[in-house]
Each structure stands twice: as C-alpha cells, then as structure tokens.
Design a protein around this ligand. Structure first.
Ligand SMILES: [Mn+2]
Length: 469
C-alpha cells in the first residue's frame, strides 16, 4: 500500500475513482493486479511494478491482488492471497489484507482462491464480467482461467466501453496527481543536475547512469523506465551504456523517477561531454529548443495532438533550413513528411501512472494506423495520442533532431525528397549523434504550465550546470 504525499485523503479518492468507472447495466468489473515475473527461476523475480489501472483504483502496490467492482460501490471486494508460514519466514508478514482494503476504501476482503467461484456465481446469474486488455502474459492466462475461455480470445473480448471510461478518467489529472508528478520531477531534476555536473570525457555512460539511478534509489524511489544515457542519441531508445564519453560528443540523458504513489516523470537533456557546445552543436540545439518552445506555446484545450506535432515539425524544418540541411518551403516539406528524416518520432505522449500513459489501451487513445494514413508515410506511426487536448492532460513535449546514418543513406539511395533535403551537406554530419529536449507540462484552461522546478535547458544554463562539477 502506498502512502502518497501527506495531507491527501487517498482512500476517498480511490472510492471516487471506482464510483466514476462503472460497468454498464448490472455488469461487474474484474481488476486484476500483477504478479511477480520470474527472472530465471520462480523465487528470483524482476522488480515488481503493479498494474497502473489497479493502482489507479486502489493504490495497492502489492503483488497477487484482484478486485471486483460492482454497480453499488459498497459491494466491492478485494481478493488477496492468504499469507502462509513460508511467506512469513522468507518475506515477512507483509500487510494484512484487511488493512490493504481499508487503505483503498474497500469494504470486503476475500481469499484470492475464492475469486474463480465468485466469478462463476456472478456469471451464473447472467451478469457480465468486464475487464481491460492485459499486456502481461500471466494476466492474460489468469483471465482466461477465471472466465473459462481461451487465452487467445482474452484481448479481443476486453470491454471497449470500460477502456473508454478509464481513458477519460485517467487522462484528466487531478491536483493530487499533478502534485505527485511534480514530486517525481523534483527527484528527476536532481538526477539531471547531478549527471550534468558529473559528465566529463573519459567516463563511461554507465557511470552517469549509475549516478542517476543512485539518486532515485537513495530517495526510496524507482525509475519510471530504464534511463537512456548515451552518446549515441541518434539511437532513439538506446539501451547500451558501454561507450566512453569522448570529447566533442553530445551526451543524451532521458530519465525520470516515480513519485511515492508511482506517478512517472520523463525528462531529456542533451549536452556536450566537455562542457561547451561547438557552434554546430549549438545551432542544432537551438533548432530543437525553438521547436519545443513553439510546441508548448501551441498547447491549449481543444488543440488536436496531431496539429501540435506538425506545428513543432514546421519550426524544426524551418530551423534545419537555416542550418542548410533542408531546403524549399518548410510547410510543404512537413506535409510531405521530409522532416521525419531528422525527427522520426512523435512530439510526445501522455504522462501519468505510466510513463507513456495508458498506451496499453492502444487505439482508444491513439490511432496509429489512421494517423499514418492521414499524413505522410513515416514517423506518424509513432504518434501516441489522437485525442484533442483537455485541461488536466499531462504531456511530454520532446522534439529532437537526429542524424541516423543508416536512415540518411537509405533515403539518399532511394532519392527521397531531394527537393527538401540537402543530401550533399549531410555527409559531414553522420557522426553528430542526436539531440532531444523533453519537458512535462499540464494543459490548463489558458495554455500549458511547465511541471516541476525548471531543469537547466538554455545553452547558457546547461553550460553553467556542466561546469558545476
Ligand atoms: Mn518521453
């Protein structure tokens, strides 16, 4: 059970959330928590992370839990595993199920061994069980077993109406949720400042990654995702940390901590390992920064996410034209999709309990196929949201410019967009790497508010933070 920031009555909040998310008619919702996932044998598991929908409705972060929620909230039942003597010997007594239920504002507790017969009874009376599509295979197997169906049909039979309700509720963040995200951002700010102060030629990427993770761990926090700490920023989600920070290269740090209630933060900064931007690095950095600030300026309720994306891309293309790397009319270049050579991803994503919030709900929040068909062939399939912006949405804003040698060579060989791209200039940029700048904002009635304490971002601020080491 999580204890969030003090002064917040989370029990009341969980009850309210469960009140707002109700199955149609006399249907019942099955909320299945996650189980430990074995790493190489049963008793050596990956770090546990609760299912975010389950967290949203209960705040309970322990494994092996389930809940049934009924049309009448007082009927809700928490199902928990009975603690045996072996559990106590190896893992300690843990939190009594009654206490978990109390913390979540749930009135009834049962042994999870009774979940199947309880569901059988409900279905026997002709009532429907609704659930969200699982993404962990063990959850899919669990639902198949509970509903006596084939595992292959579990995803297909998930409740679309429930997915819509959850997306509507979780999409708009309450003040308590914003406070959690800002709390996560305060740790994330420390992580980024420490990485900037430590960076210098000769160190390994893993050393910086260790500092980052150590700060979160020492504060009793988890990472919201595996940090990306690399001099190869052009590899968008680079997982390797083996490179040595060579003088003249840029280091990209994309990392974020979780708050006490497991809300995510997600910040990216990119900077020269030896402390000073070269004129070329500074030029591209300013292009990325201009695109980011322009995107933030465009954010307000009712703006469509795809327009925000293309607005930022136009600023990016204009900047790349000034740098001599693109040419022609920038707006036409973006309509054609030519900018995607340099920014092959979307402008950002929603942020909340998941770092890419609710992307497990798939097309409910972002219809990638439809987006790809609408405008241009490349890049849009990575756009993660297709809902118009609403007050209370929390978003990342993260444009980037990348020089991906294999992509540049492929487009050049295919003679793609020679009217918009200066291929003859690009030969000199193949070892530049990539720059991404990412912040987190909440949509307000008037525009966007930057969340958290600002983290060094302008060239001057970043160079000052780099020399702080
Ligand atoms: Mn991000």
């Amino acid at each position: 059970m999580k204890t969030g920031l003090s002064g917040t009555n989370w029990r009341k909040i969980f009850r309210k959330r469960r009140n707002l998310i109700r199955a149609a008619g006399d249907g019942v919702i099955l909320w299945l928590g996650h189980s430990l996932q074995p790493r190489n044998y049963l008793n050596n598991a990956y770090p546990f992370r609760q299912n975010s929908h389950f967290l949203y409705c209960t705040g309970l972060a322990e494994p092996d839990l389930a809940m049934l929620s009924f049309p009448e909230p007082d009927d809700d039942i928490l199902f928990a595993r009975a603690v045996g003597i072996d559990d106590i010997v190896w893992s300690g007594p843990g939190l009594p199920p009654e206490e978990m239920a109390r913390g979540a504002g749930i009135g009834r507790v049962e042994d999870i061994a009774k979940l199947k017969e309880t569901i059988d009874g409900i279905r026997g009376r002709g009532r429907r069980i609704h659930y969200l599509p699982p993404y962990q295979y063990s959850s899919a197997l669990g639902i198949a077993r509970l509903l006596r169906t084939r595992v292959e049909s579990v995803g297909r039979n998930a409740s679309v109406a429930l997915m819509e309700q959850v997306a509507d509720q979780r999409g708009v963040k309450s003040p308590e949720e914003i406070a959690e995200i800002e709390d996560a951002l305060s740790i994330t700010g420390q992580m980024h400042r420490a990485a900037m102060a430590a960076a210098r030629p000769g160190l390994r990427e893993s050393y910086i990654a260790g500092i980052i993770q150590g700060i979160a761990l020492s504060a009793g926090r988890h990472q919201a995702f595996d940090p990306i700490v690399t001099i190869h920023g052009e590899v968008l989600h680079n997982g390797s940390r083996d490179n040595v920070l060579e003088p003249g290269r840029l280091l990209l740090n994309d990392s974020g901590a979780e708050s006490p209630m497991c809300y995510a933060s997600d910040i990216t900064r990119t900077y020269p390992v030896n402390g000073k931007f070269t004129p070329r690095q500074a030029e591209i950095y300013r292009v990325v920064l201009d695109a980011q600030l322009a995107a933030m300026d465009m954010i307000k309720p009712k703006v469509s996410y795809i327009d925000l994306h293309f607005g930022a891309c136009r600023v990016l293309a204009e900047g790349l034209k000034s740098a001599g790397l693109m040419k022609g009319n920038s707006s036409d270049a973006v309509d054609a999709g030519a900018h995607a050579l340099f920014m092959p991803h979307g402008i950002g994503h929603m942020l909340g309990l998941d770092v890419h919030d609710m992307e497990d709900l798939g097309s409910i929040i972002g219809n990638k196929k439809k987006n790809a068909a609408r405008r241009g062939p490349f890049g849009l399939n990575y756009l993660n949201l297709n809902r118009p912006l609403k007050t209370g949405f929390v978003l990342t804003v993260e444009p980037g410019v990348y020089f991906i040698p294999a992509l540049i060579e492929r487009w050049r060989d295919e003679k793609k967009f020679p009217e918009f791209i200066n291929y003859d200039k690009l030969g000199a940029w193949l070892s530049f790497g990539g720059i991404r700048v990412e912040d987190n904002v909440v949509v307000t009635s008037k525009g966007a508010r930057l969340l958290g304490t600002p983290i060094p971002k302008t060239i001057e601020e970043v160079e000052a933070a780099l020399s702080a080491g």
